[in-house]
Design a protein around this ligand. Structure first.
Ligand SMILES: [Mg+2]
Length: 345
């Protein structure tokens, strides 16, 4: 993995004449919106991952959610038909604990705002989780847990105002639950920030500590980041100089992708994890537009146009090339409304 690679300025989705399982040695898979949605497996996830593993691809699961320890996540995955070991799961609590360990002496006490995921990650680094300032912690670490309430947030605010270093596992503003969208760690971090007047060091996607943690734990040489969010998964891959596959089983929509700034553009796109198992057609420049499969996309007068027929995902690839090229030329997004409707998006 090249941590120092200069991110390319991508203006079209990439092509691969081999299945991605052959072109890359390790898939770094996001979980929510990619493998599962809350308690349920996402369609085609378990079957596709079984075929990918059979083809020799190493599978690792990389999540910004700090609340559950890797062994709990691995158990959940195994129940869903995706066999996983705790060592296959990397979470933002582990990345945060490593950042904390670099700021305090070995064996130091750390004030935890969060749950079991953070406590176990601190223990793995030889640090001692405490819950009150009275125990004289030397740092504060904050991650999502459904149990976090005002008293814990207040304790963190007093500690941070008092000058202790503060590390947040991630700053996702929302978290998907079985009943809908709920406040995530970023929202709880904002409460502490408002009281303390200080910004935390953030470990999770899309920031470098999470990428570093993943590299250290998987030893991947040709990794492929797989995710459903442009601002965490895909931007994290961009920041790490790593190729990425966007799947449309979670948060991102085709309309968002067409308007994506360069750091939010994936290398590949697919409906779901079956996209790992197949080659990906290249987009080629053609007659003032961009061709992929049976489609040609152009941007004229601030609007995307699409001609041809064929696979709708090839149509979206061609539209991305036209939209991104136009966006880079004058900084204004083009209207892809009608073209996306033609593809049934
Ligand atoms: Mg996700």
């Amino acid at each position: 993995m090249t941590e120092t690679a200069t991110p390319e300025r991508r203006t079209t989705p990439g092509g691969s004449d081999r299945p991605l399982t052959e072109a890359y040695d390790t898939a770094l898979l996001d979980l929510d919106g990619v493998v599962y949605a809350g308690p349920h497996a996402i369609e085609h996830a378990a079957d596709s991952l079984a075929v990918a593993r059979e083809a020799g691809m190493r599978l690792a699961y990389v999540t910004n959610n700090a609340s559950r320890p890797p062994r709990v996540v691995a158990g959940h995955l195994t129940e869903l038909g995706v066999p996983a070991e705790p060592s296959d799961v990397i979470n933002s609590a582990q990345a945060a604990a490593r950042v904390v360990a670099e700021k305090v002496p070995a064996g130091a006490k750390v004030l935890v705002v969060g749950g079991l995921g953070l406590e176990e990650a601190l223990a793995e680094r030889g640090l001692v989780a405490v819950r009150s300032l009275a125990e004289e912690p030397l740092a504060v670490v904050q991650g999502f847990d459904p149990s976090v309430g005002w008293a814990q947030l207040a304790e963190a605010a007093y500690a941070v105002r008092g000058g202790l270093p503060w590390v947040a596992s991630n700053t996702d503003l929302t978290i998907p639950t079985a009943r809908g969208i709920a406040p995530g760690n970023g929202t709880l971090v904002a409460a502490v920030r408002a009281a303390a007047g200080v910004d935390p060091v953030v470990a999770g996607k899309p920031l470098p500590p999470m990428h570093r943690e993943t590299v250290l734990r998987t030893g991947a040489e040709r990794p492929l980041v797989v995710g459903d969010r442009l601002d965490t998964d895909i931007e994290g891959a961009f920041n790490g100089g790593v190729d990425s596959l966007l799947v449309f089983t979670g948060v991102a929509t085709p309309a968002q992708l067409l308007a994506a700034p360069v750091e939010h553009r994936p290398t590949y796109l697919a409906a779901d994890l079956r996209g790992l198992l197949v080659p990906h057609p290249a987009v080629t420049a053609e007659a003032g537009g961009f061709a992929c499969g049976g489609w040609v996309a152009t941007a004229e007068g601030g609007e995307l146009r699409l001609a041809g027929s064929g696979d709708r995902w090839d149509g979206l690839r061609a539209l991305c090339a036209a939209a991104w090229t136009a966006l880079d030329a004058d900084g204004r997004p083009v209207d892809g409304h009608k073209a996306l409707a033609e593809l049934g998006f």
